[in-house]
Design a protein around this ligand. Structure first.
Ligand code: ATP
Ligand code: MG
Ligand code: MG
Ligand code: MG
Length: 561
């Protein structure tokens, strides 16, 4: 490709809107431009990188036995109501009406579509296992889009869904995805670590996130100094709670196996979903409780529920929480989480007849009176496992906390979706059984940013070879005819060998060409100048190390590897 023809609008200065390195460099290197908050256009160089990552992803997904499909972006509300997530997704989901007043959303994820697809098609155990995947644009109206494509409102995801007859099958499918993910990230030249994750709003059992460690990461990961424990702090927190949480009480313990999800919880507490505002995780003297603040006309109801069963609620981000509070009309109240705590504290003291978690899965205590039975003064935010804290797994190591970017996430969903949506297969005895599912995502566009976070210096990007938009850039210096001819010759012959080559044939000063080539991060630069040609060499620079070397002209093709 000739740079004189390439649509590559580079910027000399860091754009003011960009806070983190990858965002700055993606704009400066002309990979993308902003359309609107969290929404970007990818320019030729940027799109080449995306396609490289997609190709590597496809290869390993196909090798794992998964099959590529393409599912609808526009999804009916019915399937989301079937799975009971229409309300749960809340404002993250873009919802709209078509001309016939039918409700739709733009897919933030595709569990519903896949479950809907197979509930009509998969009949017998003989049709399973299956793994269906796609690479497609997802839409999430993120509360705080930021860091460029790292947290976009529109982004490209590879998502896959495994369908098995039983949990053994699911374990296998999950492991196959885990292995494929390791290969994908490694081949992209990325160092990603798998950590235990919370299952959050997806529901389900086991879950791992693949994290690229970087200061700009929005997730915190706890690593044990002694054993192999590595977990998202959200998860590490619930591990910790399971250990510390102790309720010594002579209250009536009621069996509440029906409370597994936020919907069931809301139903149980007789708080209509529409009235529910949000929940916040709090801890009173080491005892975990969760306050659910509700109410439409009067914001005066606070219920306590079993913390351990309320993982889904715990996903509430502080900012989101504040915003929700602030958006409630007539609520004279908390503007930050500390104040929320104070309010929650007061309300708790005046409340009776609450239900409180019994620190035992499927049990709650009834008629607990806060203030009387509960100490509520010392609320601390439960969500933070602290640096240097003891590891909950080996109990001898200390936890180190690092920031990470979640580039991939795998979940064992189990039968939550198939049961809610009626996706069954007939087993060997002709009996209907729910399909056992898993769900697996990779943030393709986020991965571009993560790769830059891991590979850059003060001059720009250093692309790992496998995902670089071009592998070689040729810089002819000056207008010397011999330089031009030789550069063209090298350009052609490297292309003929199958390399992806850029030639900077622009009428620009040498300094501009050098700067741009370093900014856009092409792994190998060949500088062709008249003096070096006289000596029968070209100057090469390896961008990953900025190492410079001279290559003999007659040896060039063999050297470029
Ligand atoms: P996060 O915790 O960062 O909000 P998530 O857990 O909501 O991500 P998943 O539902 O697990 O995301 O989606 C699978 C993958 O899609 C994530 O691991 C991430 O790489 C990517 N992803 C999710 N949200 C975004 C976004 N807003 N912009 C870019 N990529 C995203
Ligand atoms: Mg999210
Ligand atoms: Mg996450
Ligand atoms: Mg996730």
């Amino acid at each position: 490709m000739r740079m004189s023809k390439l649509y590559l609008p580079t910027l000399k200065e860091d754009p003011a809107e960009a806070e983190v390195t990858s965002h700055k460099l993606m704009l400066r290197a002309g990979l993308m431009r902003k359309h609107s908050s969290g929404i970007y256009s990818y320019l030729p160089l940027g799109y080449r990188i995306i396609k490289k990552i997609e190709k590597i992803t496809r290869k390993h997904m196909d090798n794992s036995g998964a099959q590529e499909v393409l599912l609808p972006v526009m999804q009916t509300s019915e399937i989301w109501k079937d799975s009971k997530r229409w309300d749960k997704f809340g404002p993250l989901m873009i919802k709209f009406l078509d001309r016939k007043n039918r409700e739709y959303c733009l897919g933030p994820t595709h569990e519903e579509v896949v479950t809907d697809l197979v509930r009509d098609e998969v009949r017998s155990y003989k049709d399973l296992p299956l793994n269906l995947y796609q690479i497609q644009t997802k839409v999430r109206d993120e509360i705080r889009p930021r860091f460029g494509v790292m947290r976009g409102r529109e982004f490209i995801m590879k998502d896959a869904y495994s369908l098995d007859v039983d949990y053994q099958g699911l374990d296998k499918s999950y492991q196959a995805m885990y292995d494929a993910y390791e290969r994908i990230f490694a081949e992209c030249g990325l160092e990603a670590v798998a950590v235990e994750a919370d299952t959050g709003a997806m529901g389900g059992k086991d879950s791992h996130e693949f994290m690229v460690l970087a200061d700009s990461g929005e997730d915190e990961i706890a690593f044990c100094s002694h054993c192999d424990y590595a977990a998202n702090v959200e998860r590490a927190t619930s591990d910790k709670v399971e250990i510390d949480f102790e309720v010594d009480s002579n209250f009536e313990k009621i069996h509440t196996p029906e409370i597994k999800t936020i919907d069931q919880l809301v139903e149980y507490l007789e708080v209509p979903a529409a009235k529910m505002i949000k929940a916040v995780a709090l801890v009173a003297d080491g005892e975990a409780v969760l306050a659910l603040v509700s109410g439409e006309d009067e914001l005066n109801e606070i219920k306590l529920i079993n913390y351990l069963q309320a993982n889904e609620l715990r996903a509430a981000e502080e900012e989101e929480f504040e915003e929700l509070f602030n958006s409630v009309p007539g609520f004279i109240g908390p503007v930050n989480l500390d104040e929320v705590r104070v309010v929650a504290d007061k309300r708790l003291q005046n409340m009776s007849g609450a239900v409180v978690g019994a620190n035992e899965i499927d049990y709650h205590f009834k008629d607990v009176k806060t203030g009387r039975d509960f100490e509520v003064e010392a609320f601390t935010d439960l969500r933070s496992v602290k640096e240097g804290e003891n590891c909950s797994k080996c109990e001898s190591g200390k936890l180190n906390i690092k920031d990470g970017i979640e580039v991939g996430h795998i979940f064992k969903l189990g039968t939550k979706y198939s049961e809610n949506m009626g996706a069954n297969y007939l087993d060997e005895n002709g009996k209907a059984q729910p399909i056992v599912m898993g769900s697996y995502g990779i943030g393709i566009t986020r991965l571009v940013a993560a790769a830059i976070e891991q590979n850059n210096d003060q001059y720009g990007i250093k692309w790992p070879k496998a995902i670089a938009p071009y592998q070689v850039i040729i810089l002819p210096l000056g207008n010397d005819r011999l330089v031009q001819e030789k550069s063209e010759e090298i350009y052609q012959s490297l292309k003929d060998q199958g390399w992806e080559v850029l030639i900077d044939d622009r009428q620009e000063r040498a300094g501009v060409k050098f700067n741009d080539s370093e900014l856009i991060g092409i792994p190998l630069r060949l500088t062709i100048g008249s003096r070096s040609l006289e000596n029968g060499v070209v100057e090469a620079m390896i961008r990953s190390t900025n190492e410079k070397l001279e290559i003999k002209l007659d040896n060039l093709e063999a050297k470029v590897k």
